[in-house]
Design a protein around this ligand. Structure first.
Ligand code: GLU
Length: 493
């Protein structure tokens, strides 16, 4: 065996700094659990001034989904989770795509055979049986072949897989940051396949080899991999490699019983964006699904990504499953929408406003100003402002409003007075409309609400609107407002 190869590989490994990796398989969309893993992984690296690596685990060719890699890149990019090393930008321990590393895994599998921790298996097993190693280890004919027997079969060109040789006795213990110390009986572990018949590694093997060769110090992943961790440890030990810190994250649940899943219609990151949620709000909420701040910041719920990068700590990670609650996300989204600069909000809201307000004369920024404090999701917007474009058909009953003491009769009287007062305005803006209506209420000795109610109903044709009579009239413009007020007055005849 050419041992120099392994020595050279070791020499490349960066040391002394925290190095984390996000290692998705391009098998579909970026679900909320994946996003959380990516976020935590990025945060651990940033908090420690370390390196965040992106690695593509594409060895299971049968599970690849066209376009999945692009979705992952796009999501990380939009979320601001930049990587320092990866397929697109390179780095000292590349390549960062597992299929491009394929020649490497065979060498390491053979090294493991040499060390007595793996063996060639020539048995003809059916696909499933092979992967799951659902067979009795002690009876396996290949486990104890002599070197000469192996050599003979290899030279005869027999196809083979390489399996991990898990000790039949004893226990294996591993430590996880949130789950603590876990010990399992070795006899419950299987002689999993490390190298497949086609020469490609299994996910479980490639993962360990790459985490080591890339100098990964913290392995962050979903808790579905917890049960494999003892086998990973046995591999690290057999190679004589240092075991990284494991951070297994509890599942993200739809409810008490069910994990979130695409199949059941649970949203991915991109779905959430399409449903009108801001990236910042999604990240903030996702950060808190399984992590909570402690000490002075224990009560804080709003965290920007850069704040998180300063305070995120492993101690705050919880092992209890987190329930993904859309109502809670709505709450965060509303907070973020409100906190935006008005110009930024207007820009973000514009496409949603324009879905229902096509009239170019309507000032988008003015409509946005009405909305900013009044929406939870951007997708709520079109329905809230549709009346600017076209007066909806409405019932005269809308003029009747108890709290404002507005009735059909009072509405007639108020509109009769408001129409000429507004017609007489020289300047049409919120300030002059407000002044004119206030003066009119004063003159008629009525409460403002009694006058404003029918003006707003006639202008909007809706009981609930973002903004009051003055703002709505100002945005509609003189001509359209007067036309609508007159139409409303007609209705009351
Ligand atoms: N490729 C694995 C996945 O997408 C990553 C698991 C890990 O991070 O170790 O689930």
């Amino acid at each position: 065996m050419d041992m120099q190869f392994f020595v050279d590989m070791e020499a490349r490994i960066p040391k002394g700094k925290v190095r984390t990796r996000f290692a998705p398989s391009p098998t579909g969309y970026m679900h909320v659990g994946n996003l959380r893993t990516a976020l935590y992984t990025w945060l651990i690296a940033r908090r420690a001034g370390g390196t965040f690596i992106f690695r593509l685990e594409d060895t299971d060719q049968s599970r690849q989904v066209e376009g999945a890699t692009e979705i992952i890149y796009r999501t990380l990019g939009e979320c601001g989770l930049q990587h320092d090393e990866g397929p697109d930008i390179g780095g000292p321990v590349g390549p960062y795509i597992q299929t491009q590393r394929r020649d490497l895994y065979g060498k390491y599998a053979k090294l493991l055979v040499e060390k007595g921790a793996a063996y060639y298996c020539f048995c003809e097993k059916q696909g499933d049986e092979e992967e799951s190693a659902g067979f009795e280890r002690a009876e396996d004919p290949c486990r104890n072949l002599s070197a000469a027997e192996v050599e003979e079969k290899l030279s005869a060109g027999l196809p083979y897989v390489i399996r991990q040789k898990v000790p039949q006795e004893g226990t294996t213990t591993f430590r996880d940051v949130s789950y603590g110390e876990i010990t399992v009986e070795n006899k419950t572990l299987d002689d999993q396949v490390l190298l497949k018949r086609d020469g490609l590694p299994t996910y479980n093997f490639a993962n360990v080899v790459d985490d080591h060769l890339m100098g990964i110090t913290h392995v962050v992943r979903g808790s579905e991999y917890l049960s494999s961790a003892p086998k990973y440890n046995l591999l690290y030990e057999a190679f004589g490699w240092e075991i990284p810190e494991y951070v297994h994250c509890s599942p993200v649940m739809r409810d008490q019983q069910h994990k979130m899943s695409k199949r059941h219609g649970d949203p991915s990151y991109e779905d959430l964006r399409a449903q009108g949620y801001l990236t910042e709000a999604i990240l903030n909420y996702v950060a808190l699904l399984g992590w909570s701040p402690k000490g002075e910041i224990a009560e804080q719920e709003v965290f920007s990504l850069s704040e998180l990068a300063e305070v995120f700590d492993l101690a705050g990670i919880s092992k209890s499953p987190a329930i993904f609650d859309l109502a809670k996300l709505d709450h965060f989204n509303a907070l973020y929408l409100r906190a935006m600069e008005p110009e930024a909000f207007a820009k973000t809201a514009e496409p949603y406003i324009r879905q229902s307000v096509k009239n170019p004369a309507i000032d988008v920024a003015a409509v946005a100003a009405l909305l900013q404090a009044r929406c939870e999701k951007l997708t709520d917007i079109p329905e809230k402002v549709d009346f600017f474009d076209a007066l909806p058909a409405y019932d005269t009953e809308l003029f009747v409003h108890k709290k404002s003491k507005s009735s059909i009769e009072s509405s007639r009287e108020m509109l009769d007075a408001a129409i000429p007062a507004l017609e007489a305005l020289e300047v049409w803006d919120a300030e002059s409309i407000h002044a004119a209506l206030m003066a009119l209420a004063e003159e008629k000795q009525v409460k403002n609400a009694l006058l404003m109610w029918p003006v707003r109903i006639a202008a909007a044709g809706k009981a609930v609107t973002p903004g009051g009579a003055v703002e709505i009239c100002a945005i509609l413009g003189r001509e359209e407002t007067l036309c609508r007020l007159k139409a409303g007055r007609e209705k009351l005849n």
